[in-house]
Ligand binder design. Structure first.
Ligand SMILES: [Zn+2]
Length: 200
């Protein structure tokens, strides 16, 4: 049986066999922003607890559980691993740090509709940073290579996460104009538009 492989013809066939599995894996890309936003809307519709009427009656731990449920779905849609959503005292609305998404405790404790929507919006914004990070360091699932390059350049030039520890002198405008922030804001805007009628 094994001698067959020594036959020149069989060997030649093997060499020309395309690496099917690897090609398939390399072609797996995340959907466009518009499609991702639509899928996140579907995910929210499937989490009935993620409505202001429910949020109002929840304690912060329950709210975090609901936000974690949404993050799990958003991560799946963006072809990345989910982060753990936690609440801490922060100077900014939220941060994406290590394997966590940290939401400002004030947002998770707020009983207002504005607080609820700000918490969801902050989660989506930080989830997009997790997506950027995944594309830069784990696997490029984003179809637009130039976009990923712009995130990389932003990191190389000194990304400011808003806590003022890097580039203390940077103004709010300069901070929001960074490639990673512009992209995260545009993504959040697309998703929140999809959710407008759901949260009414
Ligand atoms: Zn940001």
């Amino acid at each position: 049986m094994f001698e067959k492989w020594d036959m020149p013809e069989a060997k030649a066939n093997l060499e020309f066999m395309p690496p099917v599995v690897f090609l398939k894996e390399a072609q797996v890309k995340a959907p466009s922003v518009e499609i991702q936003a639509g899928l996140i809307r579907e995910a929210v519709l499937n989490i009935p607890a993620l409505r202001y009427e429910c949020w109002q009656q929840m304690v912060p731990e329950q709210r975090l559980a609901v936000l974690n449920a949404l993050e799990d779905q958003i991560a799946e849609i963006g072809l990345r691993d989910p982060r753990v959503v936690v609440a801490r005292e922060l100077d900014v609305p939220a941060l994406c740090k290590g394997q966590s998404i940290i939401i400002n405790r004030e947002l998770v404790s707020s009983d207002t509709q504005e607080g609820f929507e700000a918490a969801v919006s902050a989660l989506i914004h930080e989830g997009r940073h997790a997506y950027q990070h995944h594309n830069m360091t784990v696997s490029q699932v984003e179809k637009n290579g130039e976009l990923v390059d712009s995130w990389r350049t932003n990191m190389d030039l000194g990304y400011d996460n808003g806590t003022g520890k890097i580039h203390w002198g940077r103004s709010d405008i300069q901070l929001k104009m960074q490639a990673r922030e512009v992209d995260a804001d545009a993504f959040t805007c697309a998703v929140m538009q999809q959710l407008e009628d759901v949260f009414k």
